[in-house]
Design a protein. Structure first.
Length: 135
């Protein structure tokens, strides 16, 4: 069962960002299912690497848009991205080293962070981009 399902309330009204957010939530849901199902380390590691790679790609997309349109909140937004990437890197390293974090203690930080980031920072970015004619 998904921990979070995409809904229009998550939309930032910029197609490329919304599409990537949906993919990210799918990976988070798959990761949640794997953790709750006590999947092997290799499965968790692959899902975390997928999430990490997808997140890096997504952040690069946002970064390019923020630079292209001179987003005034760029530095703060970039800092939030770097914090999550550090967290994801730590999770990948932990699982690679054989640790088995539980969803509630570690992975929920990723899903909670994603939702908080979407509702606050990405909505602000979406509004800014929409005012620049980007949808």
């Amino acid at each position: 069962m998904p921990i979070v399902s995409w809904s229009d309330e998550f939309s930032v009204n910029v197609k490329v960002i919304d599409d990537q957010h949906q993919e990210m939530l799918d990976i988070v849901n798959n990761l949640h299912t794997a953790v709750e199902g006590s999947e092997d380390k290799e499965v968790l590691e692959k899902l975390l690497i997928d999430l990490n790679e997808h997140t890096r790609t997504h952040f690069a997309t946002e970064d390019a848009l923020m630079k292209q349109y001179n987003y005034p909140g760029y530095e703060e937004h970039l800092h939030e991205h770097n914090v999550l990437l550090q967290h994801l890197g730590n999770l990948v390293a932990s699982v690679t080293q054989g640790k088995s974090p539980t969803f509630r203690s570690d992975y929920d930080v990723s899903s909670d962070w994603v939702l908080i980031h979407i509702f606050k920072s990405d909505k602000e970015l979406g509004n800014f981009l929409n005012n620049q004619g980007v949808y």
